[in-house]
Design a protein. Sequence first.
Length: 479
Amino acid sequence: MRYAYDVASVRAAEQELMARLPDGTLMARAAAGLASVTAAILGQARGGVYGARVLLLVGVGDNGGDALYAGALLARRGAAVHAVLADPDRAHAAGLAALRGAGGRVAGPGDARTLAGRADLIMDGLLGIGGRGGLRGVFAELAEAAHAAVEATGAPIVAVDLPSGVDADTGEVAGLAIRAAVTVTFGTFKPGLLIDPAAGHAGIVELVDIGLDFPEARPVAEVLQESDVRALLPEPARLAQKYSRGVVGLAVGSERYPGAALLATGAALRSGVGAVRYDGPVEVVGTHPEVLLGDGRVQAWVVGSGLGQSEEARRRLSRVLESDVPVLVDADGLRLLPKESLKRSAPTLLTPHSGEAAALLGSSAEEVDSGRIQAVRALARDYDAAVLLKGPFSLIADPLAPGLRVNTHATAYLATAGSGDVLAGLAGGLLAGGLSALDAASVAAYLHGSAGLLAARSGPVAASDLVAALSAAWQNVAG
Ligand SMILES: NC(=O)C1=CN([C@@H]2O[C@H](COP(=O)(O)OP(=O)(O)OC[C@H]3O[C@@H](n4cnc5c(N)ncnc54)[C@H](OP(=O)(O)O)[C@@H]3O)[C@@H](O)[C@H]2O)[C@@H](O)CC1
Ligand SMILES: Nc1ncnc2c1ncn2[C@@H]1O[C@H](COP(=O)(O)OP(=O)(O)O)[C@@H](O)[C@H]1O
Ligand SMILES: [K+]
């Protein structure tokens, strides 16, 4: 598992550790890690550090200090390092002395555009965990100079700890924020590196261990790693028979949207269950001859994907919601009936995208996307259900779990029609296989992402390709 802690926990862990170490040790560790990642990037881009032109954007706090010390290390290896200071009177004094001592040079904001245009790499040390709100004043001018240069030259921006201007704790971006190619973060992931829209500013995240420990703190978010998913996969026992492995019922698809039924069924058949039962008007057996048809006992239902808005759709939905087994509600199922009907006593998993989440919350998709932690938590609380809020990095909340889960194992090729139907069939099957709603959602999001990554190796991905890649994705995880 990978965890993200909030700023208060990072500050507490830092204090605890600093009390036991000589002054400056943590910043030295951070700067060494930062310089080493930066050197590796320069090595890949241009064969080495020697002669590389590096521009440091330096704010008024320790984030700028990290950049200055790392700049000093790069200057000692032969890089031509310039630091542009947002406010010369408040820049980290010891860091500045180190940079100057190593042969680095210091410039004012007026030189930022020229220096950025010539740089092989720009290091963003404007704001770290002490930042509040979007970038303002000189900070904003420096970020704009960096973005303009990068657009013209393709040089990477390496963010120190966080892309400056994003909210470390919530992932919100209130105004201008740096868009980095790589973020080198210290001690732990921060929620803002995992939660969109901030996560979209971070690029690839490299974690540098500086010795911080979090024995008591509660993480804001956790990200399942492959080994976590492996431990949760329902593998058949030796004495398994099809009913003991679980049966998932699918009340999805309609004459208008037959594809949803075919895709969800294909995915459910590859979700580890013993059988899939389809209840609806779509002819699925021609494509999936294994499927059982009509009513019968199931261990979980999936309802909503491609259900349409007809009276018959409403009836199918209420029948499923009234059952006493776990139910995954997707797409049309989230909008068709009064909200109260989604509040059930058996486990329920809601899988909205931003627009569907907005409809449930009475807000707009833009509001959901600008405050995703708040939105997913509000849904989980209001509906007393596990909620998978889909998106580039999907969020999963459960009313009983203190932290959130985030799935980062994904590709933008998943943004294709029918992709959500595949996810629903897969997650529903995992529910029927005995996983909790939280685990079914997390494992499904991971496997769905894996299938997308595998399928994307051969080019653009159709939702049917995701179904076809699911078994290989499962096998890669299961080992
Ligand atoms: N914790 C750890 O374990 C370690 C931490 N380390 C490093 O320290 C970093 C945190 O340093 P930090 O606390 O000095 O804060 P930092 O983000 O540099 O600057 C904050 C200042 O900026 C200003 N400001 C704020 N918002 C603004 C805005 N929107 N636009 C413009 N200005 C704005 C504000 O000044 P004010 O406006 O209040 O005058 C505030 O005082 C951390 O991210 C990591 O890199 C590592 O060295 C090793 C171990
Ligand atoms: N940019 C993206 N990067 C990664 N995954 C994405 C992206 N956009 C969408 N997805 C994923 O693709 C799926 C789309 O589901 P959904 O919006 O229900 O689509 P549809 O209704 O067309 O099936 C979700 O799992 C979502 O998390
Ligand atoms: K930064």
